[in-house]
Design a protein around this ligand. Structure first.
Ligand SMILES: Nc1ncnc2c1ncn2[C@@H]1O[C@H](COP(=O)(O)OP(=O)(O)O)[C@@H](O)[C@H]1O
Ligand SMILES: [Mg+2]
Length: 310
């Protein structure tokens, strides 16, 4: 295998410590074994995301594919189950899986991600149409988001009490009401769970295909919230944050054929959680310092403007 991307090595050790370093030391051997097992040869530069390496390969048939090996973490267990359920409709095809290695052989698509598209409405529309395609009856055994509602509520109450923040009472109450009203009873629908533009790739079989699903089961409008949260940095430049945020909600709800109020409420919930998450862990773009303070303040404002219907 060609060298591991340095940034991936650094971020894995930063996040996972000794366990990360131990896994990275094993990784070249894991990749070599899997290439051998699945009859593939490397075919290009190794890529990475936040948790996995992506090795472009060629199969015996000559077909191009990628080998994805993720850091062994409970959050990465259900990715192959989601791909298997979709059977290539709206997402890349799963060719092989090695669950004990957190590894999959996947259809290779193009390197361009939806994040490279400049038009904000187009980004949101593409993501929403995919969300609609991906919302299929869920197989048993996948994690139900409704089972997390109790933990979400506890976490929100604890964070609000322990962390300094600028969120209003109304914003906090709205997030808690979303957990209560939408979180506790959710449909048995498979959703992506981490829908954002870098997890949507250019393809030929369909114009865009999803990668990197969590395999969560719940309200498809939840993914409207993850998408909007991931658009936060693009909203910073908006002259009118309220208008820009509600525009994302409108465009997503329309293209995904979802109730706009549900999308707005999940988006508000995600923004509140992101504010607290940022204060506890930092964000990918800012781990600390004045930039992080500024960003968490911005995320508070985002939650605030999404608290009202309009
Ligand atoms: N099937 C694929 N075909 C081509 N490139 C891919 C494929 N899957 C992932 N990639 C590339 O690798 C990056 C990270 O992949 P991803 O599955 O999102 O990893 P992570 O779970 O670490 O976020 C993607 O943004 C994309 O650039
Ligand atoms: Mg990803």
């Amino acid at each position: 295998m060609t060298a591991l991307p340095q940034e991936f090595v650094r971020s894995t050790v930063d996040r996972e410590g000794d366990a990360g370093a131990a896994w990275l030391a094993e990784l070249p051997g894991i990749v070599a074994d899997l290439l051998d097992r699945w009859g593939c040869v490397p075919d290009g530069t190794v890529m990475h995301g936040g948790v996995g390496v992506i090795v472009p390969v060629r199969r015996r048939t000559g077909e191009s594919a990628v080998l994805k090996v993720s850091f062994p973490h409970p959050g990465n267990v259900h990715e192959p189950d989601a791909f298997a359920a979709w059977r290539g409709r709206g997402a890349v095809l799963l060719h092989e899986r090695a669950d004990e290695r957190y590894a999959m052989l996947l259809e290779r698509v193009r390197p361009t991600t939806l994040a490279e598209v400049e038009d904000g409405d187009e980004v949101v529309t593409v993501a929403a149409r995919l969300a609609r395609r991906l919302a299929v009856p869920a197989p048993p055994g996948l994690p139900r988001l409704r089972d997390q509602a109790g933990a979400w509520e506890e976490e929100l109450r604890a964070d609000a009490g322990e962390l300094p923040h600028t969120l209003s009472r109304q914003a906090l109450d709205a997030a808690l009401a979303t957990v209560h009203d939408l979180g506790r009873t959710q449909p048995d629908t498979l959703i992506h769970g981490d829908l954002h533009a870098r997890n949507i790739l250019r393809a030929d079989r369909e114009p865009w295909l999803a990668v990197d699903p969590k395999g969560h089961v719940g309200d498809p409008a939840y993914d409207g919230g993850t998408l909007l949260k991931s658009r936060a940095l693009t909203l910073i430049e908006a002259d009118d944050l309220r208008k820009a945020a509600h525009r994302v909600v409108d465009v997503f709800a329309e293209a995904a054929e979802l109730d706009r109020e549900r999308v707005r409420r999940w988006a508000q919930f995600h923004a509140v959680r992101a504010s607290f998450w940022g204060r506890r862990q930092g964000f990918r773009v800012a781990r600390g310092g004045p930039m992080l303070d500024w960003l968490t303040g911005f995320t508070d404002r985002l939650a605030e403007v999404l608290t009202d219907r309009r």
